[in-house]
Ligand binder design. Structure first.
Ligand SMILES: O=C(O)CCC(=O)C(=O)O
Ligand SMILES: [Fe+2]
Length: 276
């Protein structure tokens, strides 16, 4: 027989003490994705914490549907960009490239500096914005954010952001955000993406180099898209097809900075790579 008086007296202990503790102890383990990604990279983040973030004021323009590439105007406010520059300043270190298990500095392939930034409230609101943009997919985790600074001659040769090395998880999407763009050169080039129609009443030539492109891959003149570095704006793209394989069309490069400084922000989302 249930002693209801006893049960009601224990209810607050269950609700206010046991539930929060069990959530901390066992909550993450209930989500198999959490356990899986933790073993891959301890700096992956999927925060649903309620945050006092200001609402975004960006505009979006679809450049390509397959792979999905979306240009985002005003992804960062100027205050957010200034803040990112300030918290990165004492953290910049030479960029490395990874070939298989090996990581080394190769200035002919990649010449820049990278800062792994702390997750203060402004940074967490940027992570939050990136997750919201992608529909809060529960299996998707954001890699700890990094800024990347290029001086004169700084560049990053053709590469993919996905690796294809694991069947479990990969970088499913990229936000390449321009934090500071006081430079000539330094565009982000996708040689296997076709130029969109740039008629008189479109805005594409504000964001893309509209002159003749050198070195595009494919036939015809309209292959190869170069994004101009414009502070606060971002390029978002999906790296993986729905079957988990990587899009070869997402190959891209940071063209050399000719004068001035460019700072970018990498936001990479990790998710399942290949269906079993
Ligand atoms: O800086 C750029 O324009 C591109 C950077 C990039 O592709 C990367 O860091 O993976
Ligand atoms: Fe990249």
């Amino acid at each position: 027989m249930v002693n209801w008086g006893y049960a009601i007296a224990l209810l607050p202990i269950y609700v206010f003490i046991w539930l929060p503790i069990s959530h901390i102890l066992f909550g993450a383990a209930k989500n198999p994705a959490d356990a899986r990604y933790r073993t891959l990279n301890s700096s992956l983040i999927a925060s649903n914490d309620p945050l006092p973030c200001i609402s975004h004021s960006y505009y979006t323009f679809i450049l390509s549907q397959e792979p999905l590439i979306i240009y985002i105007e005003n992804f960062l406010s100027s205050q957010e960009s200034d803040h990112l520059l300030q918290i990165s300043e004492d953290k910049f270190a030479p960029s490395t490239v990874s070939t298989g298990p090996e990581t080394s500095i190769k200035r002919d392939i990649r010449l820049s500096e990278v800062a792994l930034i702390d997750r203060d409230e402004i940074v967490r609101c940027i992570e939050h914005r990136a997750r919201a943009f992608q529909g809060w997919r529960p299996e998707l985790h954001i890699e700890r954010l990094r800024t990347q600074r290029y001086g004169v001659g700084g560049h990053y040769g053709d590469h993919y952001d996905w690796s294809g090395a694991s069947r479990e998880a990969d970088r499913v999407s990229t936000f390449m955000v321009y934090v500071k763009a006081d430079c000539d050169g330094g565009g982000t080039k996708f040689p296997r993406i076709k130029m969109p129609f740039v008629g008189n009443n479109t805005r594409w030539c504000e964001f893309l180099e509209c002159g003749k492109q050198e070195g595009g891959i494919g036939t015809g003149e309209d292959w190869g898209v170069t994004f101009k570095p414009i502070g606060g704006n971002a390029i978002f793209w999906e790296n993986l097809r729905s079957d988990g394989s990587g899009y070869e069309e997402t190959i891209h490069a940071a063209l050399p900075v000719v004068s001035g400084t460019k700072v970018g922000l990498n936001i990479w989302s990790w998710g399942p790579a290949r269906r079993k």
